[in-house]
Design a protein around this ligand. Structure first.
Ligand code: C5J
Length: 222
């Protein structure tokens, strides 16, 4: 086992890259580009662009180390059978899940808007998890994939910090995974939620994870 030491808060953390997966959460057009789900909820989607370049660097480093790289996409069946009514009807968006927009039907699997942005597109062989909820473990086969690869630590990044990244890290922590969150590889429509979301993870001795950044993780992975 060749471990590497990643500088992080609250303490440096040692991981074996062969037993560590990089999970990139929901870097989809629907959240990052105008005309998608994020904008339909009244958000300034340009704020999420900050995470793209740091994630690219992290993807390069993880792929060089032949680590398991997993991508997730939030989205629903075209017939909306897996979309709770409470989710579809929540708030008063100008466009709702399933409605037609400039990138196809909003947050529907198979539509251009639901797919991952070209800059961070998965390579062949990298699992893509389609998830109906905010957490990547809910109603997906993520846990099976991690167990079959003997993964014990996760690097979790993507958007948004306080929603799908947080939910996934909390789910993973409860399942026994040590989670490292590179703060600059996450973003939110609410900068203050991003800041507080990261602080929540590493507070209290790392109550449900560690916080680092792309530079430190890439330096450790070499
Ligand atoms: C949201 C997500 N914010 N990917 N989804 O609804 O964080």
């Amino acid at each position: 086992m060749a471990t590497v030491l990643i500088d992080a808060k609250p303490d440096p953390i040692s991981v074996d890259p062969a037993r560590t997966a990089l999970i990139v959460i929901d870097m989809q057009r629907d959240f990052l580009l105008p005309g998608g789900f994020g904008e339909s909820l009244g958000n300034d989607v340009s704020l999420l662009q900050a995470a793209v370049e740091p994630i690219k660097a992290l993807l390069d480093a993880a792929r060089r180390r032949q680590m398991l790289v997993i991508h997730t996409r939030e989205g629903h069946r075209p017939d909306l059978a897996d979309a709770p009514r409470a989710k579809i009807e929540r708030g008063a968006p100008s466009k709702r899940i399933g409605d037609s927009g400039p990138m196809g039907r909003i947050l529907i699997r198979g539509e251009p808007g639901q797919d991952i942005i070209p800059e961070l597109y998965p390579l062949p062989g990298e699992p893509v998890i389609d998830k109906p909820g905010k957490g990547a473990f809910y109603a997906t086969d993520l846990l099976n994939i991690l167990r079959n690869r003997d993964i014990e630590a996760l690097i979790v990044c993507g958007v948004t910090t306080e929603v799908c990244v947080h939910t996934t890290v909390r789910e993973a922590n409860d399942r026994g995974y040590r989670c490292i969150v590179p703060g600059d590889c996450c973003a939110s429509y609410f900068p203050e939620f991003h800041e507080m979301g990261l602080r929540m993870i590493s507070a209290q001795g790392g109550i449900f994870g560690w916080v680092s950044d792309a530079g430190r993780i890439c330096a450790a992975l070499g």
